[in-house]
Design a binder for this molecule. Structure first.
Ligand SMILES: Cc1ncc(COP(=O)(O)O)c(C=O)c1O
Ligand SMILES: [Zn+2]
Length: 426
């Protein structure tokens, strides 16, 4: 039986109406994400008459992503996930040196609240849309991080959650979802199989599948990463930004966020060049950019970077446009380079990231080798997830595993022998 949920609006929160990104046809606010005329994606349309806040007003607000409310897809007050966002922007001078650029910062969503990835941002906006539409169940198709975020945000909002993931995800991603008590279902197949199934599930049950029928409201949450970078740099834009790509939404929304702050005359600087990175074992958007294709050629993923292993990315063409039109480029990296990237960020900046972050760091180093950066560049690396969720990557014996730590008895004599042997090696 197909259930149709009639949108109901809450007194305090109204989602913006939608407009097709391609044919510009407007659609009233609803849990739908595809234009019925041309099948293009639907984006929330901001109220053009809204009053935009000044820098000072934004700075006086609580340190969460809601301080940018006027650029998020609602009228009125959000009710859930009020404390997500405003992660640290960490200066990384040793990394800047390795990249041959003037300055480098890490936008550290490895410590995002509450589930340690940038997916907290997109779930924060999607769950408020679900609330405003009167939905009591949310869900997702996920490569892991989104599963963690939907489970946690639904748990504290008191909503039911149905979460669908590929059966073979890392233990940290599975347990980091299950612990919140959602309905977690492991599917035999790739993320792309899971995603197709979720489109049918959204139609059949009318649940709010955050990255399917709530996708327009979900995607806008990613812009807050751009807003925070600009504010944390002192209301300035960097000259280049490097980010990992899966479905391709994040890089598209970073560009949109920077553009919206420029249009609001809040920031100095020109539009940053956007660089997208993927693992070579799943690089459909890198192929699109490097070979200047007109459509995604889907691939079957084979990489340790499971969180960004999407073979048929929904926003691939838009990601290509964001990269090419800003003067950026794309880089694919090998499996060993991903582990090296994780270890480099840990050793040079003191941040332990997951495989997607390894892809970002390795991608940035590859872009530097290709001569894509200038000596006066100010580069931000978007580190989108936490290393403790993918420890498998840094102990994999076929890559560059961490050495085993020595085990000794609790005696000073043994410590002295160990220190002497270590010192003789250096
Ligand atoms: C850690 C991490 N980084 C980046 C991405 C890429 O996001 P997008 O699908 O918006 O391209 C994902 C997506 O799952 C992710 O989990
Ligand atoms: Zn359309």
């Amino acid at each position: 039986m197909t259930t149709t949920i009639a949108p109901t609006s809450s007194d305090t929160l109204r989602p913006n109406d939608l407009v097709c990104r391609l044919c510009k046809t407007p659609t009233p606010a609803a849990p739908v994400a595809i234009c019925e005329h041309c099948l293009g994606p639907l984006d929330p349309a901001p109220n053009p008459d809204r009053v935009l806040p000044s820098r000072a007003v934004i700075e006086s607000r609580a340190q969460s992503l809601w301080r940018y409310l006027e650029w998020l897809p609602f009228e009125g007050k959000p009710v859930h996930s009020l404390d997500t966002g405003f992660t640290p922007l960490v200066e990384a001078p040793r990394l800047a040196k390795r990249l041959g650029v003037a300055k480098c910062w890490v936008k550290n969503d490895a410590v995002s609240h509450p589930t340690l990835s940038f997916k907290d941002r997109v779930v924060a906006t999607a769950i408020n849309a679900a609330h405003a539409f009167g939905l009591d169940t949310i869900g997702c198709a996920s490569t892991g991080n989104l599963a963690n975020a939907v489970a946690a945000h639904a748990a504290r909002a008191g909503l039911k959650a149905w979460i669908f993931i590929p059966a073979d995800l890392e233990q940290g991603k599975v347990i980091g979802t299950q612990v919140y008590g959602p309905n977690l279902v492991r599917i035999t197949g790739t993320y792309d199989d899971v995603n197709r199934l979720c489109a049918q599930i959204a139609d059949h049950y009318g649940w709010g599948i955050v990255n399917v029928n709530l996708r327009g409201y979900y995607g806008e949450g990613s812009k807050t990463m751009a807003f925070e970078i600009a504010e944390q740099l002192g209301w300035r834009l960097p000259t280049a930004v490097v980010a990992p790509m899966a479905g391709g939404s994040l890089v598209t929304k970073l560009r949109k966020g920077f553009r919206e702050f420029t249009e609001a005359e809040l920031v100095q600087g020109t539009a940053p060049r956007i660089y997208g990175t993927q693992a070579l074992g799943c690089a459909p958007i890198v192929n699109l950019v490097e070979r200047d294709l007109d459509a995604i050629e889907p691939v079957v993923p084979n990489t340790i970077a499971r969180s960004i292993a999407i073979g048929n990315p929904a926003d691939g063409m838009f990601a290509k446009r964001a990269i090419v039109e800003t003067g950026g480029s794309a880089a694919g990296v090998a499996e060993e380079a991903i582990v090296d990237g994780i270890r480099t960020l840990a050793e040079e900046v003191g941040i332990f990231t997951e495989t997607a972050g390894g892809v970002t760091v390795a991608g940035a180093l590859k872009l530097a080798q290709q001569g894509r950066f200038r000596a006066d560049d100010e580069v931000v690396l978007c580190i989108t997830g936490q290393g403790l969720k993918t420890v498998e990557a840094v102990i994999d014996p076929s890559l560059r595993p961490l050495p085993e730590a020595p085990v000794i008895a609790p005696r000073l004599r043994e410590v002295k022998a160990l220190v002497a042997s270590m010192e003789s090696r250096t």
